[in-house]
Design a protein around this ligand. Structure first.
Ligand code: SF4
Ligand code: SF4
Length: 431
């Protein structure tokens, strides 16, 4: 059943570039010879290792335990021997401890025991045990999100996938519909809600048709507009409810979960498999054969690129994630994490990098900002190191870092980086 949706007027229209990889069925990669598994691949504290160098592990075995409420377990994604636990760089900057496992080729699996009776508590407990985090990008531990402090009545499943190029969620929706439906019902059970809305942008008509045929779930057919997949805009489009600045979706009775997360929940509860792999879109005009790969967590980016025939000679910019909210990579020497939905390689033409010039006060950034902020003011005050003014006059803390402002800026101002810097400085002052 389709429901009527609301529309937000701001944001931007972008060529979605999805045709590069949307026709590529999910290809399951075999276990790589080695993996490098980050212990911090979620919001909150890094997990604490429970294995030591020299230990032999199975796929699915716990290798690091959540440290506190906002943290997540981490499991081995291949069987083999732990050869190092040491700091390695992260694709979005900084570094963290990683468990390096050399595979033994057997791919032994250690699953979690059958769950028995499915109750709210047992499903949330299994999700926590399996190390499941939001796989749409943020990496918030799912068990925490399923235990809101205020009552909720609606689960929205985010299948918008509004970032250009990315098609991993789309492929899951059309290839793994039954598994997703089971995962979604488990999420609804964990939340104690009956109202389920699966939200999908109009540019995925076959995915919409698949979920439209499912009993007990409504489908929100969303107008194609970036950033439709942002939680606050999705909630407004699906329910008409507005999440005020500084508030959470649960404050308006809603929890949003990504489709990849629902799939991980299905595997953890029904198959006893912790989160040890994910679907990654490898795409961009400089990738020889764009594809959707199901890869083990900790697989090197280089392996994923080579699986797609490598890059063309004019490969110029590498991105972790989508082009709007992703991060430019300094090298390909990183490994896949639970939140990595895509790796893009663009040519100079697509990347269109030009040096920034002075702001011409055209106001276009403010016109498109879906959060009704003043990006040019935030940029101005941040450069002047007046972070309080950037917060109070520009609204820096309400920025969702969608990149719409930078996308339309004729002066190529690095607005998102400026806002990120401002938020970082404000956090430092607070802590
Ligand atoms: S200021 Fe933030 S929320 Fe507004 S358009 Fe720019 S990145 Fe998006
Ligand atoms: S879009 Fe760019 S040039 Fe125009 S006001 Fe915003 S920052 Fe300045």
């Amino acid at each position: 059943m389709k429901i009527k949706t609301k529309f937000f007027s701001r944001g931007v229209h972008i060529d979605d570039k999805k045709s590069l990889s949307s026709g590529s069925p999910i290809r399951e990669l075999s276990a790589p010879p080695a993996v490098e598994i980050a212990l911090s691949q979620h919001i909150g504290k890094a997990a604490v290792p429970v294995v030591a160098v020299g230990d032999v592990v199975d796929r699915g075995q716990l290798i690091a335990e959540a440290d506190g409420a906002v943290s997540a377990n981490v499991h081995a994604s291949i069987s083999g021997k732990v050869v190092a636990i040491e700091k390695r760089p992260l694709p979005r900057g900084g570094s963290c401890d990683c468990v390096v496992i050399e595979g033994d080729g057997s791919d032994r699996v250690r699953t979690l025991p059958p769950l028995g009776e499915l109750t709210r508590e047992s499903v949330i407990g299994r999700i926590r045990e399996a190390g499941i985090v939001g796989m749409g990008g943020a990496g918030f531990p799912t068990a925490v999100k399923l235990s809101p402090r205020t009552p909720v009545d609606t689960l929205i499943v985010n299948g918008a996938e509004c970032e250009p190029y990315l098609t991993c969620d789309y492929r899951l929706m059309i290839e793994k519909t039954d598994e997703l439906v089971r995962g979604i019902r488990l999420l609804a059970l964990a939340l104690g809600v009956e109202r389920i809305i699966v939200a999908i942008e109009k540019n995925k008509p076959d995915a919409i048709a698949k979920f439209d045929a499912v009993q007990g779930m409504a489908v929100a057919e969303l107008r194609k507009r970036y950033p439709m997949g942002s939680e606050k805009h999705l909630i407004y489009a699906c329910t008409g409810r507005k999440v005020a600045p500084g508030k959470l979706p649960a404050d308006v009775g809603v929890v949003v979960q990504n489709v990849a997360t629902a799939f991980a929940v299905y595997e953890a509860v029904e198959l006893g498999m912790p989160l040890t792999s994910r679907v990654v879109t490898v795409s961009g005009e400089a990738i020889q054969v764009p594809a959707n790969l199901r890869a083990r967590i900790g697989t090197s980016f280089r392996t994923l690129l080579d699986e797609c025939g490598g890059e063309s000679d004019d490969a110029s910019v590498y991105i972790d994630g989508g082009p709007m909210m992703g991060a430019t990579l300094l090298s390909t020497d990183y490994s896949t994490r639970k939140t990595d939905s895509g790796i893009l390689v663009l040519t100079p033409r697509q990347a269109s990098i030009s040096a920034p010039t002075a702001c011409i006060h055209c106001g276009r950034c403010a016109e498109v900002c879906p959060m009704h902020l003043l990006p040019m003011d935030i940029d101005f005050y941040t450069l002047a190191e007046d972070y309080a003014a950037a917060r109070d006059r520009g609204g820096a803390l309400n920025c969702i870092e969608c990149g719409s402002c930078a996308y339309v800026c004729p002066a190529n101002r690095a607005l998102v980086q400026s806002i990120q810097m401002c938020k970082k400085k404000l956090r430092e002052v607070k802590s």
